[in-house]
Design a protein around this ligand. Structure first.
Ligand code: BJ8
Length: 431
């Protein structure tokens, strides 16, 4: 697909039927299309099989929504989530569709600020604003949403969001002791019961087994992509990998897995032929911190525009989402739910205390990816990641790793300042 051909397709009748503010969404569609073209399609020497992901972006608010609405007509549940602690396997086992609804755009933030306080995380404001302004077809299509109690901004927003769309909440403990595990398992069971209530169908052990395989395959494909990204020189840009990681939260999991593996086949070939998107001398950056929901491409774009390359994402869009797999051989529901709980408990979000395993994980990924510096990216007002950055910084100092911490939101106002700091950081890496 050439740059000139790209547009995000318009489906005004379908959007109307979903109760959206169509006139406003039309404008947002054009802005997003332009941003996508400038950020992604202008890159040179992209892998050809990025075409599928370009296509998905062009149909993100149309063809993919149509698929979701068709699934609903067949009685399949559609559930919106905001956190990688919600076990997708159980949604898939119910024949359902799980959609990540985190907001990564500045557009709806003023809508949210009419109701929510201004000094909370932009991800929460953006997500809430999308629903309040009726400018997200995914939010309009879901049967219900499932929030969690990870951070204060989220857990209190769910009470307000419940006025707009049925909102359930999974209690995620703040520590990882045996008694927390017991509580967590009960929450996973409640989640399963809620889905069963919504669909009127019982989730069987066989269905959970199949769903575990689907999610393992998806996570394995993302792990493969992550390993290929580590190559020196890298066969794919960090921006493109970020885009794929973001699409993982919208696309059909089986189709997505197939397309990621096809792309990885091409990347294998590029590696064997020495084809890359940046010279081997380009400073290699590991990005760590808060997740970057679509279309938050700011940090990756600035690093790569300045001549660096992002080779790893230690976030919930990146490795925290796919690093842990599950045993596929359990046949009874109790064992499956316990194993699900254990798998999800391994995610090292800063909402937990203590959370020192994350510091070790960041260092491991730094070494595995052949990175040369760590950029800690934190959304404004995310206290847990912001404070945990102290420990990451100390670990970097101890190990002689160049480190830069950036706190940002979705507005374009800090781009100039971020650019200056990132350029200086890349110079520091180059030595
Ligand atoms: S497991 S990182 S997806 S909670 S919304 S905590 S940025 S102040 S997103 Fe998250 Fe689950 Fe943890 Fe991952 Fe901070 Fe903003 Fe809260 Fe956030």
């Amino acid at each position: 697909m050439s740059a000139k051909q790209f547009e995000i397709k318009s489906y005004p009748d379908m959007w109307e039927s979903l109760g959206m503010d169509v006139a406003r969404f039309e404008k947002a569609r054009c802005v997003l299309g332009d941003a996508f073209q400038t950020t992604f399609l202008s890159q040179e020497n992209r892998p050809q099989r990025m075409d599928y992901f370009n296509w998905l972006i062009s149909e993100m608010h149309g063809g993919r929504i149509r698929e979701i609405l068709d699934a609903k007509k067949e009685g399949r549940p559609v559930i919106g989530t905001f956190c990688v602690y919600i076990p997708e396997e159980l949604v898939i086992a119910a024949g359902g569709i799980c959609i990540g609804l985190c907001g990564g755009s500045q557009g709806p933030v003023p809508d949210a600020e009419k109701i929510l306080p201004r000094n909370i995380c932009p991800m929460v404001k953006s997500a809430y604003g999308f629903k309040a302004a009726k400018i997200c077809p995914y939010f309009q299509a879901v049967d219900f949403v499932y929030g969690e109690t990870t951070c204060d901004a989220k857990k209190k927003t769910w009470e307000i969001l419940n006025r707009e769309v049925p909102t359930y909440v999974m209690e995620i403990p703040q520590m990882k002791r045996e008694r927390d595990r017991t509580l967590w398992l009960e929450e996973v069971k409640d989640f399963k019961a809620q889905i069963e209530k919504g669909t009127g169908k019982t989730i069987t052990a066989d269905a959970i087994s199949d769903a575990i395989k689907i999610m393992n395959n998806k996570r394995k494909a993302l792990q493969r992509l992550n390993r290929l990204q580590h190559h020196i020189p890298s066969p794919i840009s960090g921006k493109d990998v970020l885009l794929i990681e973001q699409i993982a939260f919208y696309d059909d999991p089986v189709r997505f897995t197939e397309k990621v593996n096809l792309l990885c086949d091409e990347l294998d070939e590029r590696v064997s032929k020495g084809v890359s998107v940046a010279p081997a001398s380009a400073p290699r950056v590991l990005v760590s911190g808060t997740p970057m929901a679509m279309p938050n491409w700011k940090a990756h774009n600035l690093v790569e525009k300045a001549g660096g390359i992002v080779v790893n994402d230690e976030s919930c869009i990146g490795t925290r989402y796919f690093k842990d797999l599950m045993d596929e051989n359990m046949t009874d529901i109790e064992s499956q739910l316990k194993a699900l709980t254990d798998r999800y408990m391994k995610i090292d979000c800063s909402c937990f205390t203590p959370n020192d395993e994350r510091v070790d994980q960041v260092l491991k990924e730094y070494r595995d990816s052949g990175s040369q510096g760590i950029l800690h990216y934190c959304l404004q007002f995310c206290h847990t990641y912001n404070i945990e950055a102290i420990k990451i910084k100390e670990a970097c100092e101890k190990n002689g790793i160049p480190f830069l911490a950036i706190e940002s939101d979705y507005s374009p106002e800090d781009i100039g300042q971020m650019q200056t700091r990132i350029e200086a950081f890349l110079e520091q890496i180059k030595g």
